[in-house]
Design a protein around this ligand. Structure first.
Ligand code: NCD
Length: 349
């Protein structure tokens, strides 16, 4: 019998063990993504619906690509042309889609808490793809996938041999509009759970009203922090959430908190630069830095597809995957017509 419906709503629900489980599962899907035909039959017969009520390019396309690469069917809900514009409630929309047969909803909304609500309304699995300024768990997880690769490379180890203890003591500076950033919240939860030391770097006006309970240090001086930072994680100014009123001018923000080439060079050797995208060149990051080898922005995007494949498989795969990792002989056994190995390519070599 299947266990109760699983969701991915918050990094807080995963803990270090859950994060490690998903990182290890993503190893298999990074490998699949590198194949000539990066497609496997693991979720054949399953339907994934993307329910996005807020603008998104990379996250929606990344989830849809992940679902297709697992051979799931994909249903796309476009808020701009949808029934919610005719007055239908989000609950009715979600229940209507669910009635068509949806196994997993990937939900993005400008209000915090909407994915939790959707999980109460429908029987399907729900993934939080960003809710207001609350959380964006898959962004934090794909960043952990990327950092684990970097840590393994630095030590000359295979990524499979790199446990999450490698994150212990990693110094991460999260720079910019923390106040409005769901990415920052999920990053802080994930990285601190794995033992990294997180410093938030921002003017007071771009920090949350209270940081009580946040396992972080705080600085208002980027130059002071960079010399002892292993990872500089930049955030976009969330103008759509009212950030413009919180900084004097874009130029002033960029002067004090933008990562330019001079600042990037002051980071230790081997330090890396990350950004969840979309990148605004010339504001939070200079164009030169965005194109430096130490900037991992494109690699984050590539890993995003593999990590989202891992998440969808973790939610919908034929068997619950234990903490010890997937048993490749069992994966796929539950699917009619399956080869018995979900990671066999579809469509030939
Ligand atoms: C982020 C988001 O939407 O929260 N982007 C993303 O999903 N990669 C960050 C942002 O919009 O600045």
């Amino acid at each position: 019998m299947r266990a109760a419906t699983r969701h991915l709503l918050s990094i807080a629900d995963l803990g270090a063990a859950g994060i490690e489980e998903l990182l290890r599962l993503s190893d298999s899907f990074v490998e699949v993504s590198l194949r000539a035909i990066p497609k496997v039959p693991a979720l054949r017969g399953k339907t994934v619906a993307t329910l996005f009520a807020e603008d998104s390019t990379r996250t929606r396309l990344s989830f849809e690509t992940a679902a297709r690469r697992l051979s799931a069917d994909v249903m796309t809900f476009h808020a701009a042309s949808a029934s919610t514009r005719k007055g239908e409630s989000l609950r009715d929309t979600a229940e209507t889609l669910a009635a068509m047969g949806v196994d997993a909803f990937v939900v993005r909304h400008s209000c915090a808490g909407v994915p939790v609500q959707v999980a109460r309304w429908v029987d399907a699995c729900v993934v939080n793809a960003g809710d207001g300024a609350h959380e964006h768990p898959t962004q934090a997880l794909l960043d952990c996938v990327t950092l684990r690769q970097v840590l393994a490379e630095r030590d000359g180890r295979a990524v499979e041999d790199c446990g999450v203890e490698a994150f212990e003591g990693l110094r991460v500076a999260i720079v910019g509009d923390v106040r409005h950033s769901r990415v920052a919240r999920s990053e802080v939860l994930a990285l601190s759970a794995l033992g990294a030391v997180v410093t938030l770097v921002a003017p007071g006006s771009l920090l949350p009203p209270s940081l009580d309970g946040w396992p972080v240090e705080v600085s208002h001086d980027l130059d002071e922090v960079l010399g002892s930072t292993d990872v500089c994680y930049l955030l976009r100014l969330q103008v759509e959430r009212g950030t413009a009123a919180r900084v004097p001018t874009a130029h002033e923000y960029s002067t004090f908190y933008g990562l330019n080439a001079r600042r990037a060079r002051s980071m230790p050797e081997g330090a890396v630069v990350m950004h969840p995208g979309p990148v605004v060149r010339g504001l939070e990051i200079s164009s030169e830095v965005a194109d430096m080898p130490r900037a991992l922005i494109r690699r984050q995007v590539s890993n995003g597809v593999a990590l989202r494949m891992a998440v969808l498989f973790w939610l919908l795969g034929p068997d619950r995957i234990g903490l010890e990792g997937p048993d490749m002989d069992r994966i796929g056994a539950g699917h009619p017509g399956s080869t018995g190995d979900a990671l066999v390519e579809v469509g030939g070599a």
